[in-house]
Design a protein around this ligand. Structure first.
Ligand code: NDP
Length: 448
């Protein structure tokens, strides 16, 4: 089996050698899915995974805009349309200086499996730009978003490709992007998700990724007769996903000790409560400041510069910032400090080395494609509401989100549970469950 996996990975490496994040995401999938393919005749000998690692379409484009000082700026825009076997391409847009082909292809590839797991009819895609929103005025953000959409609009549509937010793309950016799409197409459609409530958005969409991650962790803990009550939780990030993961953890009775951003982490030994979280939301969403500003108000807290929070002892870790933010040594530290559950709110936050440490120790570990699927699932619910021209209540959407997370958990158990010791390998479970649905659709549709 090792030989088959290595031959496959070498082939992918030959074609994509300069894309380390993409190769990392493919390796993690190949290790679990290739053995499954070999054992199942319907998939064997059809190069099905080789077809899945090649984007159906990868678009790059120039984005020119004028900054506040009158200077012309040039950025690069991307949309990776990875796989449309089970529905229109669906996946977020990321605006961050580190955005490149490798990052977006890894995200688009993960998205294919994640969207399949939600059981909703959504293919996988991802896009974005190397534009850095930090420090830009609202006017600059608007001009950039308009310029970006003035090209992207040709490639997307409610039945073709439906982007959403991701790092650096929140409610403000989705508004500007939607405004330009509507102007250019002269139609009001559900072409983006994460929209404002008065113009087609869904209740619970902003909360969905963070809430969903905690719902998933709750399902994992249940298998061990545990829950969030009284647990110490360490969270990374302080953006959309982290904020609502913290909110739900607090609601379930946990004590949240940390949050972070790219400059370091804050540690509040008394716990981040609702009032403190509201202040963090103000710092990050309104003032657009840094997490260290927390100490101006909560003076007893500590700020640890340029570090990730994994050195803080906890029961549950929720990485909610970015890819490869938790490495092998961090994973060992978490284990040594007694961590029993890791649920990823971010995409691929754990390195392959860290994942292996968690798997070897057989702790509860959920990869992002399973545990953070609540965001895209609720985007799927937003699309349904747009098509029906009807809105569900907050309670209805939250209930559907909970059900979806529970179903994803069941799928992971179905394909990931060891027969001999009952250990659930959620990586294996999520990869195979996600694969089966997409592969079946691809086989049914022939070689296209
Ligand atoms: P936001 O832009 O709202 O927040 C991102 C957070 O991560 C910020 O605190 C940011 O800090 C931090 N961060 C970003 N880049 C780095 C870095 N290189 N090193 C350290 N910290 C960093 O994004 P989201 O909360 O939406 O996304 C967070 C993660 O969740 C991403 O991996 C995303 O792909 C994933 N995700 C998001 C979904 C969604 O619905 N939004 C859905 C599923 C997954 P700073 O402010 O300093 O940049």
């Amino acid at each position: 089996m090792k030989k088959i996996i290595n031959e496959f990975l070498n082939l992918v490496k030959e074609r994509n050698g300069d894309e380390p994040e993409f190769l990392q995401a493919v390796e993690e999938v190949a290790e679990t899915v290739l053995p499954y393919i070999v054992e199942h005749d319907i998939y064997y000998g059809k190069n099905i995974l080789l077809r899945m690692v090649e984007p159906e379409r990868a678009i790059t484009f120039r984005v020119c805009w004028v900054d506040d000082s009158g200077e012309i700026q040039v950025n690069r825009g991307y949309r990776i349309q990875m796989n449309s076997a089970i529905g229109p391409y669906k996946g977020g847009l990321r605006f961050h200086p580190t955005v490149n082909m490798s990052i977006l292809k890894f995200l688009a590839f993960e998205q294919v499996f994640k969207n399949s797991l939600t059981t909703l009819p959504m293919g996988g895609g991802k896009g974005g730009s190397d534009f850095d929103p930090k420090g830009k005025s609202d006017g600059e953000i608007m001009r950039f978003c308009h310029a970006f959409m003035s090209e992207l609009f040709r490639h997307i549509g409610p039945n073709t490709d439906v982007p959403a937010g991701d790092i650096g793309v929140g409610a403000r950016e989705i508004g500007f992007l939607f405004g330009m799409y509507k102007k250019l197409k002269n139609e009001f459609t559900g072409v983006l998700t994460g929209k404002g409530l008065s113009w087609g958005g869904s209740l619970i969409r902003p909360e969905a990724t963070g809430y969903g991650t905690v719902y998933f962790a709750q399902k994992m803990l249940e298998t061990k007769g545990q829950d969030f009550k009284g647990k110490q939780v360490v969270v990374s990030g302080s953006g959309n996903v982290a904020q609502f993961a913290v909110e739900k953890s607090i609601q379930l009775g946990a004590k949240v000790l940390t949050m972070s951003d790219s400059s370091g982490y804050i540690y509040d030994s008394e716990g981040i409560n609702n009032e403190k979280l509201a202040h963090i939301m103000y710092i990050k969403n309104v003032k657009r400041g840094r997490i260290s500003d927390y100490l101006e108000t909560y003076k007893k807290a500590k700020f640890v510069k340029d570090k990730t929070p994994w050195e803080v002892a906890c029961d549950i870790a929720l990485p909610c910032a970015t890819q490869n933010e938790l490495n092998e040594s961090d994973a060992k530290t978490l284990l040594n400090n007694g961590c029993l559950c890791v649920a990823e709110g971010a995409n691929m936050p754990s390195t392959l080395g860290a994942v292996r440490v968690f798997q070897k120790a057989k702790i509860l570990y959920a990869p992002g494609k399973a545990s953070n699927a609540g965001g895209v699932a609720t985007s799927g619910l937003e699309m349904t509401q747009n098509s029906l021209r009807f809105n569900w209540t907050r309670e209805e959407v939250d209930l559907k989100l909970k059900e979806i997370m529970s179903n994803i958990h069941d799928s992971c158990i179905k394909y990931g549970k060891n027969e001999d010791d009952d250990y659930v390998d959620y990586v294996k479970g999520a990869n195979i469950a996600g694969f089966v649905k997409v592969a079946d659709a691809m086989l049914a549709q022939g070689i296209v």
